[in-house]
Design a protein around this ligand. Sequence first.
Ligand code: FES
Length: 68
Amino acid sequence: MYVCICNAVTDHQIKESVAAGASSLTDLKDQLGVGNCCGCCTDLAGSFLSAAAVSSSISVTSPMGAEH
Ligand code: FES
């Protein structure tokens, strides 16, 4: 499914980025452009980031800076 409509970024792309080392929304923004337009997708992207990180057993940084 599309997570970021503005940049046509899918949950699959987020999972691939996490698998490649992305650990924060900043990483996703740099790599995929998530949240760099209207910003409406950042909460959902953060959820997919956390879920992908859990399945990859890595820690991620939330938008508020706390680790999950
Ligand atoms: S939906 Fe992601 S920046 Fe607009």
